[in-house]
Design a protein around this ligand. Structure first.
Ligand SMILES: NC(=O)c1ccc[n+]([C@@H]2O[C@H](COP(=O)([O-])OP(=O)(O)OC[C@H]3O[C@@H](n4cnc5c(N)ncnc54)[C@H](O)[C@@H]3O)[C@@H](O)[C@H]2O)c1
Ligand SMILES: [Zn+2]
Length: 375
């Protein structure tokens, strides 16, 4: 990690697929020179190959205009395509639109795809980058907090099958990730808080000092202070990068720690219906449930759950299902059994054993899960 003019660089070390995450504030106009620097290091890249397709969505199009202007100043020839906001842009139709745009511009294997947007744009444009011409260079310019700390790190790209989310995808690392925290100024409050749930998750699962830092910087978190934003984004990226470096293709099981709170969350999200609960809100409630489960089977004291509840509430995240929720325990348990993290019907959970550390528990009694849900 190095620091220069408030710029933080997080290095993701994956042999030939290594790349940098640059974290800045108020410096989007410098993205062109940064991207050019990343491409200059690609071996055997021909001269005059600096062409790109910028993929964005309607809500973030103004940020994409700034990105295009900076790239053009740095000598890039840019085309742009604007998707509809929302999960529907991870569809076959959206992929056809992107492939067609690449064919129209006679893109070759040096043409870059630049994703300017949240996790939806990053996942779908990344999938196109992984597959067009068997792979073209890819740059992420994430614009939601969730994309800053989660979806733009780790190389998972995907679109949805009509019957299953993220079913069609690849592991495909970008050439670089450029994060300007200033984009968060336009992000709606709910989406911002939803991203904070994943940030808090990193503290609980991997880094007790980071959890302390979050507790000590509540005002900065709520005000989206640039200094605090750079710090929490950089530390979240370092922590996720470390996990990914040791389990890039999800083979050793290490990546599973990132699923803390998610077995509960996926069930809540699926049963509540789209839009009722944002992913991060479901994760916040899911972390509280998982922590209570850990308490119940004697792994931790109740004080550890209380600390998480206090921090989540301080940033206005929910810690229990809405009082008018009609979800019932049987449906939630049935749904959890469908989760891909469940093996042979036994309930598997990532649970904390102390602040900053979690482990996978493979054989949790259904009665304990039921008791937590009924609390
Ligand atoms: N690849 C991974 O490892 C990974 C990890 C987690 C989530 N995901 C995926 O990420 C997606 C969710 O990502 P998301 O939460 O970023 O959602 P999103 O991309 O849908 O963005 C949320 C909303 O905010 C708008 N928006 C984005 N940036 C904005 C800004 N700066 N100002 C104003 N509006 C802005 C978007 O247009 C959208 O309406 C899901 O599809 C999920 O599957 C992928
Ligand atoms: Zn998540």
């Amino acid at each position: 990690m190095s620091e220069d003019n408030n710029q933080l660089i997080v290095q993701v070390n994956l042999d030939a697929r290594s790349y940098e995450i640059a974290i800045v504030s108020n410096a989007m106009p410098s993205i062109g020179s940064c991207v050019s620097k990343w491409f200059a290091s690609i071996p055997n890249r021909p001269e005059n190959a600096d062409r790109c397709l910028i993929v964005t969505d309607r809500n973030v199009a103004p940020h994409a205009v700034t990105v295009a202007a900076s790239l053009e100043d740095a000598g890039w020839d840019c085309r742009s395509i604007t998707l509809e906001p929302g999960e529907t842009s991870k569809s076959y139709d959206a992929t056809h639109t992107m492939y067609d745009a690449l064919v129209d511009m006679k893109a070759d294997r040096h043409t870059a795809i630049i994703a300017v947007g949240g996790g939806v744009v990053g996942d779908s444009a990344g999938f196109i980058a992984a597959t067009y011409g068997r792979g073209v260079p890819f740059i992420q310019v994430p614009t939601t907090l969730l994309a800053h700390v989660d979806s733009s790190v780790g190389g998972k790209v995907a679109i949805n099958h009509p019957k299953a989310k993220n079913l069609i995808g690849a592991f495909y690392q970008p050439q670089g990730v450029f994060i300007d925290t200033t984009v968060l100024d336009t992000l709606p409050k709910r989406d911002y808080r939803s991203g904070l749930a994943e940030v808090i998750k990193y503290g609980v699962i991997l880094d007790a000092d980071f959890f302390d830092y979050l507790e000590q910087n509540i005002d900065g978190l709520n005000e989206r202070s640039p200094d605090v934003m750079r710090e929490i984004i950089a530390q979240s990226c370092r922590l996720k990068a470390h996990v990914v470096e040791n389990d890039e293709f999800e083979r050793t099981g290490l990546r599973a720690v990132l699923n803390y709170g998610h077995t509960f969350a996926h069930a809540f999200e699926a049963l509540c219906g789209y839009g009722e609960l944002l992913h991060g809100e479901a994760v916040a409630i899911g972390m509280v449930c998982a922590s209570r489960l850990a308490e119940r089977i004697g792994l931790i004291e109740s004080a550890m759950t209380a600390r998480q509840i206090e921090l989540l509430q301080a940033v206005s995240l929910p810690v229990e299902l809405p009082s008018d929720s009609t979800l019932n325990t049987d449906d939630i348990i049935d749904r959890m059994k469908l989760d891909k993290k469940t093996v042979a019907g036994r309930l598997r959970f990532v649970l904390p054993t102390k602040m900053g550390h979690v482990e996978v528990f493979k054989d949790i009694a259904e009665s304990d899960v039921r008791a937590v849900l009924n609390e």
